[in-house]
Design a protein. Sequence first.
Length: 392
Amino acid sequence: MNNELLHQFSATVEAIQAAALRPEAWTQAMHSIARLMRAPRALLFTPALAPQSGGFVMAHEVSEPFLIEWSSRYLVHDIWTQRAMEQGQIRDGNVAFGQELVPDTEFVQSIFYREFLSRQDIRKLCTGIVFAGRDHPNLPLTVCSVFRSSQCPDFEENDRNLHTLIARHLSLAVGTMLRLRDAQFQLATSLQALDRLSSAILLLGQRGQVLFANREALALLSRSAGLTLRSGNPARDGMGWLQADNLGVQGALDAAIRTALNNNPLHPTHFAQGLRVPRSSSADDLLVQIVPAMDMQSLWGSAQPCAMVFIIDPPQMPSLDAALLQHLYRISAAECRVAQALLHGQTLQEIAERLHLGENTVKSHLKQLFAKTGTHRQPQLIQLLLKLSHAR
């Protein structure tokens, strides 16, 4: 990066990190992302989850009427989203351009562009998947898109590389925000607020020692084989150190902690790329996510935490009741198997391979599921299925 671009990038990362604990800072963060990407408009949102249902929308120069019109009238014509899903582009951290999803000659003839985007002078897209919304609890599908007009140059590989870094930093900030959303954001750096959360959270010092563990973390570490809290020197090591039963996992855990402590803005980790810690019992693996600590200077002074650890005990996989689906929607056994695989986050290609079906057959089953349930896209269908499922 040249000096000017590096300065803009650093300022953007700082703005994103500040927004993790202060919602009002997202306005500046989105402005910084748009400026960095040389795009007039930027949008960070949960397309399958409305704000009133726990989702969010952060935007720069994208109006609320625009989003309402998109969701109410033009979502079914959104050829960018349709192709991204068909091509398997919905993956954590993936970045794609509009012209990769849809050839420009086809795009300009689409209803989506002719009737909708052209009125907004939106022609070019660079979109990053912050979270794919499939593998981790409470991390919904989250997308950061920047838009350019017809007069702007096309997005290039340098833009992809830059947006990939931004998507990773966004994953850390949004992941932290979502994990802490049960507390008031203004109190998120309060130990009392952290102690009231249902999530297991630890704060680490500059050497990786545990400075604080909330009640949920202490309870989880005391009952879950696979990960424990090892005591150290009380004068130097705070509450001690995180220790895994498995030596290989311990090495990966130490490496993840070092990465978070180093907090290199040019080599950010992705929040969803957590570390799985196996347990000796039959219970599911623990998921450990480690992120650089946001600004907690007001709470800790010069000895502020340098990293934050979230430990998740994954819920059991949701399971569909075939008899119930047959009764409610006349869904066949084959369609139910496809629905179950979708609920577990598999792509159409993965479903075809697992069920030993042709991909066109899977697509046909999916169309029948849409028709029978009155849904129009996969996120809507999955939301419906989740309401009708139970944990195994």
